[in-house]
Design a binder for this molecule. Structure first.
Ligand SMILES: Cc1cc2nc3c(=O)[nH]c(=O)nc-3n(C[C@H](O)[C@H](O)[C@H](O)COP(=O)(O)OP(=O)(O)OC[C@H]3O[C@@H](n4cnc5c(N)ncnc54)[C@H](O)[C@@H]3O)c2cc1C
Length: 468
């Protein structure tokens, strides 16, 4: 006998668990199948949350050693207690994942701990982690199986000397040196953690710039600041081989265009070249679910695959591989299944890099606007001219507002500076409401606050900033 549900979600990450909860809130009988043993997916277990715990802790360590004195706080004998830092991170993860279990109970979502497999449209077989099977019948099946670490051919990740982001979140000692392959968000965040804790970090990147999807000016500024903090960069270089030895790893690198070989030695190597969709052993082929050439599950504007009754959201469908994008899709698909008008505005999805200073953006960058031939104006305001940033002693960076030259509509906002990840929320809201730069400029901002830099950048877009 199979148990019957309106919705069976496969994958309990931020996409899947949000969809299950929202569906239950809307009166659907919902189940979620998750094989990891804990809920929250990549994000809560080995992604956003543990990385931000280590970023915060390592930032405190660095601030205590280098910045407190400037504020008149003298500390002696600062020591790193890595096991304590790791157990703080582990506790944060455990509290968060258990929190989702609580939310499932509260909302009456049935949780199956096991691997889900689509036996046929409308039918999910679960191989329970505790042994045995369950057969579930479902009016709708939602694939929310997320993504996995992308590997480089010929470079074997052993999670000891050559680690993925997962291994880099759990090193038992600070390596003397770390080579990070890939200057994307994850490479720069985890590279920052280990540099702050004492590793000599070298980032090797195939492209001639860091943070490819971010605004070029912001990325250049970020590289300058990170280099000043002690991070080394080797751009336009590719890693062609890795050899593990007793004392570490030798990476053979070449210029991106070929030639000019150079070895890079490191005690530990972090492979951070991106993530790929994960839909292994799910039965997609036999169910006839179509994939894109890159292996993402193909969906229409309503998250429906080519097979009626089978939907997909989150990292496994591609686009911005971010937790909040997966969550919003989870919310939207649940609402659509309940007959409501669920939708996601992909033009207003923020991206944040939690280095220090933080880097955040929403909307289009200057390169994209130029390539699209859009006439725009840019307003920029530096944090050196913001009273709160100066009081904090954190005045590196700037806010840039890009607005349509004719209509003044905000097309993109780019921030590098203290708390940029929180500041960007105002810009996202502005874009959600199709605000003009003038709307932001005319909004009263508390003083002294970092957010005043956004107001000033919006004023600057009209050539009338007050404080520069
Ligand atoms: C180091 C790191 C840092 C990150 N930091 C951020 C950040 O700061 N902000 C941000 O927005 N994003 C961040 N991300 C990305 C974010 O984690 C993902 O975008 C997000 O988790 C995607 O959510 P999802 O629900 O689509 O999939 P996932 O979170 O990957 O969840 C999918 C779940 O499905 C389960 N599953 C797979 N197959 C099956 C099956 N057959 N049966 C049962 N269960 C199955 C998996 O075990 C997994 O738990 C980070 C990622 C990493 C790796």
């Amino acid at each position: 006998m199979s148990q019957e549900f309106d919705l069976v979600v496969i994958g309990g990450g931020p996409g899947g668990y949000v969809a299950a909860i929202r569906a239950a809130q809307l009166g659907l009988k919902a189940a979620c199948v998750e094989k990891r043993g804990t809920l929250g997916g990549t994000c809560l277990n080995v992604g956003c949350i543990p990385s931000k715990a280590l970023l915060t802790s390592s930032h405190h360590f660095e601030a205590a050693g280098h910045e407190f004195a400037r504020h008149g706080v003298k500390l002696g004998g600062i020591e790193l207690d890595l096991p304590a830092m790791m157990s703080h991170k582990d506790k944060v993860v455990a509290d968060n994942t258990k929190g989702i279990e609580f939310l499932f109970k509260k909302n009456k979502v049935t949780y199956f701990v096991g691997s889900g497999h689509i036996a046929a449209p409308g039918q999910v077989d679960v191989s329970l982690n505790a042994g045995g099977d369950e057969k579930l019948s479902a009016k709708a099946i939602l694939i929310a199986t997320g993504s996995d670490v992308m590997r480089l051919p010929g470079i074997e990740i052993d999670e000891k000397k050559i680690v993925s982001s997962t291994g880099a979140l759990a090193l038992s000692k600070v390596p003397k040196s770390m080579a990070v392959i890939g200057a994307g968000v994850i490479g720069l965040e985890l590279g920052s953690v280990w540099r702050r804790l004492g590793a000599d970090v070298t980032v090797i990147e195939y492209l001639d710039r860091i943070l490819p999807p971010f605004d070029g000016e912001v990325a250049k500024h970020a590289q300058r600041i990170l280099a000043k903090q002690g991070m080394n960069f080797k751009l336009s270089r590719k890693v062609v081989a890795a050899k593990s030895g007793k004392s570490g790893v030798t990476l053979s690198t070449e210029a991106a265009a070929g030639g000019s070989p150079e070895d890079v030695q490191a005690e530990c190597v972090l492979v951070a070249v991106g993530r790929k969709p994960y839909a292994d052993a799910l039965g997609l082929e036999s169910a006839g679910v179509e994939l894109t050439p890159k292996g993402f599950v193909k969906v229409d504007g309503h998250f429906q695959t080519n097979v009626p009754g089978i939907y997909a959201i989150g990292d496994v469908i591609g686009g911005a591989m971010l937790a909040h994008k997966a969550e919003d899709e989870g919310m939207a698909v649940a609402e659509l299944l309940a007959g409501k008008p669920g939708h996601v505005n992909y033009d207003a999805i923020p991206s944040v890099v939690y280095t220090w200073p933080e880097i955040a953006c929403v909307g289009r960058n200057e390169e994209e606007l130029k390539a699209a031939g859009v006439a725009y104006k840019a307003g920029k305001f530096p944090f050196t001219a913001n009273g709160r940033a100066r009081a904090m002693g954190e005045s590196e960076g700037f806010v840039k507002v890009l607005a349509d030259a004719r209509t003044d509509r905000v097309l993109g906002v780019h921030i590098i500076g203290p708390n940029a990840g929180d500041l960007i929320a105002e810009a996202v809201l502005a874009m959600e409401f199709s605000a003009s730069a003038e709307d932001i400029a005319r909004t009263c901002h508390a003083h002294p606050a970092l957010g005043e830099a956004l107001k000033e950048a919006a004023l600057a877009a009209d050539g009338r900033a007050i404080h520069i």
